[in-house]
Write a protein that binds this ligand. Structure first.
Ligand SMILES: [Fe+2]
Ligand SMILES: [Fe+2]
Length: 225
């Protein structure tokens, strides 16, 4: 990412608007904050700030993406949303991609193509919000229409899974902490969340679509979800 080249290539990005709301206050506020972070990232790239500002913004974006996805997935789980597993897969992939960009930028910022990155971030966010996230909003509307405002946050689900015997006790302790909720559950979610360690080599592979092209036949960015 070299400043003068990127400043000329970075295009305008869409701004937040009410058409992107899904009808859930916390989720909508999170989405708006994500848009603002991407706009801040764009400003840091085309402005006079140094790489440290861009690095810091990518780090904040990566953190916020993970925090938002945790909140959204908790909401889906609490409300018994039937497509949680597929939705989580989309989140995991995007989380990995942003995390990979963060790792590559930390070590070799010149390898990140800012124009490709900003285009992908905004395209993914708009597509995901208007598609998968809006489905959550519609589900919640239907559910509230049927059940009113009855609290369902303490609903429990039974999950059957086989693990090696040596881990059985650990798994049971984790399940008890999740059932207790609060900071105990948060600690478990944080420990097993998508922010697992990633090597620089793996990050380069995952972020390959956002790297400065090394050859004529460089791959195209992945399709948005
Ligand atoms: Fe989502
Ligand atoms: Fe979302």
């Amino acid at each position: 990412m070299t400043k003068t080249t990127e400043q000329a290539r970075v295009a305008d990005i869409p701004e937040w608007c009410d058409d992107l709301c899904i009808g859930h206050a916390q989720v909508d506020a999170d989405h708006q904050a994500l848009f603002e972070l991407v706009a801040t990232l764009r400003s840091s790239i085309i402005g006079e700030e140094g790489f440290d500002t861009t690095r810091h913004t990518i780090h904040r974006l990566s953190d916020y993406v993970r925090a938002h996805f945790r909140r959204e997935e908790r909401l889906m789980q609490e409300q018994g949303y039937p497509h949680l597993a597929h939705h989580r897969t989309e989140h995991l992939r995007f989380t990995d991609e942003v995390r990979a960009v963060e790792i590559v930028f930390e070590k070799t910022p010149e390898r990140i193509d800012a124009a490709k990155l900003l285009d992908y971030l905004t395209t993914w966010l708009v597509s995901h919000i208007l598609g998968s996230d809006r489905e959550i909003g519609l589900f919640l509307q239907d559910r509230n229409a049927v059940e009113g405002d009855a609290a369902t946050s303490n609903r429990l689900v039974d999950i059957e899974v086989s693990v090696p015997a040596a881990y059985g006790e650990v798994l049971e302790r984790c399940a008890r902490m999740l059932r207790r909720g609060g900071p105990y559950a948060e600690a478990v979610v944080e420990a097993v969340g998508p922010a697992a360690p990633m090597s620089y080599e793996n990050a380069l592979h995952t972020a390959r679509f956002f790297l400065v092209s090394q050859a004529e036949d460089a791959p195209s960015p992945p399709p948005s979800t």
